[in-house]
Each structure stands twice: as C-alpha cells, then as structure tokens.
Design a protein around this ligand. Structure first.
Ligand SMILES: Cc1ncc(COP(=O)(O)O)c(C=O)c1O
Length: 483
C-alpha cells in the first residue's frame, strides 16, 4: 500500500465551487497517476473550517469511487493557514505522485501540479495509465544512500557466478569493432541459436533483453481496445506492453501460487490477442507442466497468440516442464528466453523470441534496425558454446535452493517451492523488513509492487551471500518482533 498527498483551494464556500475544485483535483490526481477505481483504497479529506457548504468527500464518491473508504475531517486551524483549502491523504495500491493545485501549491511547491503542464503537449491517454517499472535497487545507489561499502543484491534474479569466460572474451574482441554498427539481423547469433536448439535461424528474433521482445510483440499484435490475459501476480512487462498500446489487461488470480489456465480460458474473448504464461512464474517460481499447457493450447482460439516466457527455464529441475519445441511447432506460440539469467549477461541486454517463421516475420516489422548491440551479440553467441558453465550454475543453484528451503524450515518461514533462481517467502511486514535489510546492505525484493503483499522474493546467491542474507534477515525480523 502507498500513501499519497493532494490538495487544492476553493474559490468560495458554495456547494458548486467545492464540487468543481474537488472534481478537478480528483480527476488530475487519478489521471496523472493512471489510477483505476480499484487502485484507490481510502481517502481522508481534510478541509479548513471555512468550508461548510458541502462534504468534499461526497464529490469523490460521486465520481464513482464509492468502494473506497472516504472520510471528511476538519483541518487544524493554525495561524497563517491558507483559507478554503482541501487536503487529501490517499491510500493506494500503486505508487504515484502527489498533486497540489491552485493556491495549495504554495504549501508544497515541489508537489505543485503546474496547470500549464496540462495545457502543454499531452501524451496519449493510454500513457497516463502506465505505472513505472520498479526495478531492484542498484548496488551503487544503496551504497550512496546509506553510506555503505559492502552491499549484496539478491533482488533481480541475476546469476551470482556471472557469464562464461568465453562470453567475456568474445565481448572484448567485439570491442575492437565498435565504430561499426552491429548486424541488425543478428545473423551470427541466430545461426548459433539455430545450431544450439536444432531449429532454423528464421525462427528467432533477438531483442535488447526479452523486455524488448515483449514490447515488439505488443506493438505487432495489440491495438486500442484489444486485451491480453495474464496471471495476477506475474512479471510486469506484459502489462506494460499492453498499456503502451492502449490495450486492456485481464489478470487471472493465481491458484495456490500457480497459473490458473482454466481461469485464462474463461477470460478470453473476441478482443483477446495475447495470453502470457510466465513459466517459471516470476515472482512465485512455480511452473505449468507440459500436459497442462498442451491441453490449454488445444482450447485457445487460433487467433490468440500464446507467449510462454521461459526466462528461468535453464534452472528448472521438474520432469513435467514443457519441451518448448512441442509448443511452437503446433500452435501460435512464441517462447521467450533470455541471456540475462543463467547466462549471466543481464548488463549487455539480449533476449530472444522463438516461434514459427511467419510469426517472427510479423514481430520483426516492429524491430529497430540495430536493436542488439555488437558486444551483446558476440557474447550471447559465445556463451551458448560453454554449456559446462551453464551446467555448473544450474547445479549450484539447485543446491542453493535446497539449502534455502532447509533454512526456511528451521526458521519456521513459509516458502513457495520454486523451479527458478529465486524463492518467494511469506512474512508479515515484508516491506518493512526489506527496508531494514536495505539499510544493512542486503537488497531483496518485496513483492507489493507486483500486487502481492507480505512476501519477499529472494534471488539465490553464492554460499557467502546466502549466509549474509540469513544473518541480516534474522536480525531484522527478530529485532522487529521485540519492538
Ligand atoms: C519472467 C521474466 N521475463 C523476462 C525478463 C526480462 O529479461 P531481460 O533481461 O531479457 O529483458 C525478466 C527479468 O527479470 C523476467 O523475470
């Protein structure tokens, strides 16, 4: 949950003027933050004593926000108080910005919502609904913010062992040629991928991270008024891609932390263009098995593209995990993979889409000419040739996961069994724990920005990093309980 502020002033103490000011404030506050009705949890409306003609909160209710808890209260009368002023304290499900209008902007100039801004260039209305992505905090930022020298990051599911030495050597060599543009078609990379997976080069599209592939897919398949179906909770880029295109997002709650594919089917309609299955799912680490996914694909209408995001596939141990070639061969499916996770190249940005040549051609039309840089292409292709390194990272991760479960059981912490390189744990007061751990130099990820409260996603690190995690987590949790 988040708490935001807004304020405005009223021209005169009449019902009409109060209504006009509240409606202006509320519509700007919700529009600039892209809030939908379900994002508003409660609003405390505090008015100065000279506002008596009407209850200001009633006008928020009148705009369709009756589901939220609304309360009118009276502002303290302190000398120098701005007259006819209405202040809001809004509890929301998503982060956003504070909005101060009219004379109230004098109270907090840094939160002033310049009325001129609204009459300047206006983005498309779809853009207003986009909530910025909340990434794991970078190590250097945490060092600067808290004056720390030793910080570990277990917040973005990166590979603690880094890339193959072969990838680094290839990137170093490619550095000699950076005056030239990269090969826009990523020919070498696609040929290496085709060899590695036993497919054809035309079955691949390369992106500046799979994030970019998701954006390209959205551009190729979504128009305003279309919809996507995805899990609630899951990786946020699917929603982002849809929102950019003005499409609706239909979220199907997880069942026991797993995708509910019958719920997906129930949500598909004539405007559904893409279904996203994150497998393993971020942030739960759970998977959909091959039989279940094939049954689902049999029932999905043929005009719906099913995107199976396999960013963490290389970490999976379960024999139930789908063979992706059975999916892309027979159905309109795009499988996403990335070099950011087990291949350890998150900083270089390479992700891929794998599908039929026809689907790939459609997505290719939205691709920027030189989207994957020279070093990234070279490093990614070389890293495929070092599967010993991948095997090593897989084994270490599997051992770290088992050890993590053991520590959870010993500490009485509830965890979700994961097939990925992270584990979701359930803890009361998760966001406060995350903040306190950050102050002590351990970055982990609270999942309230995913819409899942009281959980923390912990990326699995080296043995030393995990020991430090448990030491700080225990300190913070036990310290918190004593308070
Ligand atoms: C499920 C999932 N898909 C895709 C990505 C994005 O990966 P990339 O670095 O290739 O953009 C992530 C990153 O965290 C992820 O968790």
């Amino acid at each position: 949950m988040y708490a935001l502020r807004a304020a405005t002033t009223v021209e005169a103490n009449t019902t009409e003027k109060i209504k006009e000011a509240v409606e202006e404030l509320w519509s700007k506050f919700t529009a600039v933050n892209g809030f939908e009705k379900e994002d508003i949890i409660s609003v405390i409306v505090s008015s100065t004593k000279d506002i008596t003609a009407a209850y200001p909160a009633s006008f928020i209710r009148g705009m369709g926000y009756g589901e939220a808890a609304l309360l009118d209260v009276c502002q303290l009368q302190i000398d120098g108080e701005i007259p006819l002023c209405i202040r809001l304290l809004v509890y929301t499900a998503k982060p956003g910005r504070n909005v101060y209008l009219r004379d109230a902007a004098r109270l907090r100039p840094e939160w002033s919502f310049d009325l001129e801004e609204a009459s300047g260039p206006r983005p498309r209305s779809a853009i207003k609904k986009i909530t910025p992505y909340v990434p794991g905090k970078p190590i250097d930022e945490v060092k600067r913010e808290y004056g720390l020298t030793d910080v570990i990051k277990l917040a973005s599911n990166e590979n603690p062992f880094g890339p193959s030495q072969k990838a680094l050597a290839a990137a170093a060599e490619a550095l000699q040629s950076v005056r030239l543009y990269p090969d826009g078609a990523s020919y070498e990379l696609k040929t290496s991928l085709a060899d590695f997976y036993g497919l054809r080069p035309e079955q691949f599209i390369a992106g500046n991270g799979s994030d970019e592939v998701i954006k390209m897919l959205s551009e190729a398949y979504l128009s305003e008024g279309d919809n996507i179906v995805c899990a609630d909770v899951t990786f946020s880029e699917y929603e982002f891609g849809a929102r950019v295109m003005g499409a609706e997002v239909r979220k199907v709650p997880l069942k026991d932390y797993k995708h509910d594919l019958s719920g997906f089917l129930a949500n598909i309609d004539a405007r559904t263009k893409i279904c996203y299955i994150c497998n393993p799912n971020n942030p739960t680490g759970t998977i959909v098995g091959e039989r279940e996914i094939l049954e689902f694909l049999e029932k999905v209408p043929g005009n719906v593209l099913v995107v199976v995001d396999e960013a963490y596939s290389e970490y999976v141990e379960s024999p139930e995990y789908p063979d992706f070639k059975k999916l892309i061969g027979a159905y309109p499916v795009v499988v996403l993979r990335t070099f950011s996770k087990i291949y350890g190249l998150a900083g270089l940005r390479v992700g891929i889409g794998i599908s039929s040549p026809e689907i790939i051609q459609n997505i290719e039309k939205t691709r920027e000419p030189f989207n994957v840089n020279l070093l990234a292409q070279a490093a990614a292709a070389a890293s495929l040739k070092d599967q010993d390194h991948i095997e090593y990272c897989f084994r270490e991760n599997a051992a770290a996961r088992r050890e993590f479960y053991q520590r959870c059981r010993e500490a009485g912490i509830e965890y979700v069994a994961s097939e990925a390189n992270f584990v979701l744990i359930k803890v009361d007061g998760a966001e406060a724990i995350v903040r306190k751990m950050l102050e002590r130099g351990v970055i982990v990820r609270g999942t309230s920005s995913f819409g899942l409260k009281d959980h923390i996603r912990v990326s699995l690190g080296t043995k030393d990093q995990m020991d430090r995690f448990w030491q700080v987590f225990t300190e913070v949790r036990d310290g918190g309980m004593k308070q």
